[in-house]
Design a protein around this ligand. Structure first.
Ligand code: GTP
Ligand code: MG
Length: 346
């Protein structure tokens, strides 16, 4: 029998969803149970990751995309991943303010998740939020992450389609796009296209994409419509067409290029739906999510066991740093003991 909380979440009840999210954050075992109940009802929402450098305009773009989908009558969830510190606390406040246009719209559900917990629960927390919004029946879930760390890249890979946002005017800005970020891009948005250097950024991106595909770097110097996606994104290669990430210019501040960006995302969605790549990517996502959860559960169990036997993790770390404890021995022996004797079921 379905629990009342799961049933309420599935009916789209915002308060029930908020309550479940809080319980998940507090790591209540009952919340995991509800998540298990919801799982068969997930997999319907279109999940879109928006990632890119700090300040690239991701939140502004997300805001525009939300409005775009709302106009089309789609319900939307937004998960904003706030990376720890290094950025001003104002960023979070800024997001809230910009999103306020949608604050009273019952078709939009916005939540942010911070890097929490010492065992790196960022991707799990974000995945849980996406799952809840999916189960609520949101048509589209937008996940904003800053493309700075491995964790954030992992979060972006929760998505069916990943939009990497770059901006012109940072000199060799494209060069600093991390290899890992480039790898996960399905669509590029060159935002702040009102600034000087947008052409150059587009050319650099085309060059990098050409290199990635083992071609001669593209050398497009011809004039183009300022906001038109660049290049044919589907190239026939043998049996199945391969997706080539389109590059879309946007001026999020003035809501320019939003429709083109949404259209590029939509084309990617139908590309996945009409090729084997969709199924392969779904399996890849499932695998990554499963392994990430498994890793976390195993690590939590292992650390709990270690602390029972050897004292607090902080103290052990201090002993290791002082060369009074041997990390190799501690880890290897603990792993061996856990394999032999998994301990009691909790
Ligand atoms: N000139 C110009 N400014 C923009 C554009 N889009 C966003 N901005 C401005 O860029 C700044 C950062 O925008 P955000 O949307 O907060 O960027 P973000 O990538 O979400 O930032 P973080 O979440 O802090 O990494 C804000 O001052 C925006 O008004 C644009 O198209 N052109
Ligand atoms: Mg933001």
């Amino acid at each position: 029998m379905e629990s009342p909380l799961a049933a309420r979440v599935r009916s789209g009840d915002v308060r029930a969803a908020a309550r479940l999210m809080r319980d998940l954050d507090d790591r209540l075992p009952s919340a995991d149970g509800v998540l298990r109940e919801l799982f068969p009802h997930t997999g319907r929402a279109q999940v879109v990751g928006i990632t890119g450098a700090p300040g690239a305009g991701k939140s502004t773009l997300v805001d525009r995309l939300v409005a775009h989908h709302r106009r089309a009558g789609r319900s939307v969830g937004v998960v904003a991943v706030d990376p720890t510190s290094t950025f001003s606390g104002g960023a979070i406040l800024g997001d809230r303010i910009r999103m306020q246009g949608h604050a009273l719209d019952p078709g939009v559900f916005i939540r942010s998740v911070a890097t929490r917990g010492h065992l790196g629960g960022l991707s799990r927390s974000a995945a849980d939020l996406v799952a809840v919004m999916d189960a609520m029946g949101k048509d589209v879930v937008l996940v904003e992450t800053v493309g700075v760390g491995q964790d954030e890249i992992e979060v972006a890979s929760l998505a069916h389609t990943v939009v990497v946002v770059t901006v012109p005017g940072l000199g060799d800005d494209v060069q600093v796009i991390k290899a890992g970020v480039l790898e996960i891009a399905d669509v590029f948005a060159v935002n702040k296209a009102d600034r000087e250097g947008a052409d150059r950024t587009v050319r650099e991106l085309q060059g990098m994409l050409g290199l990635r595909q083992g071609q001669r770097p593209a050398d497009h110097d011809h004039a183009h419509h300022p906001l038109r996606p660049e290049g044919p994104e589907v190239r026939a290669t043998g049996a199945e067409a391969e997706w080539e990430p389109p590059i879309v210019r946007t001026v999020a501040l003035r809501d320019e290029g939003t429709a083109e960006l949404a259209e590029a995302i939509e084309r990617h969605r139908s590309h996945l739906a009409s090729t084997e790549q969709g199924r392969a990517r779904a399996a890849q996502r499932a695998r990554a999510a499963f392994l990430s959860r498994l890793r976390e559960q195993l690590l939590e169990g292992a650390v709990a066991r270690l602390e029972e036997e050897e004292g607090r993790l902080d103290e052990i770390a201090a002993r290791i740093a002082a060369r009074q404890a041997d990390p190799y021995r501690l880890a290897d022996e603990l792993a061996r003991r856990l394999r032999r004797d998994p301990g009691e079921e909790r």
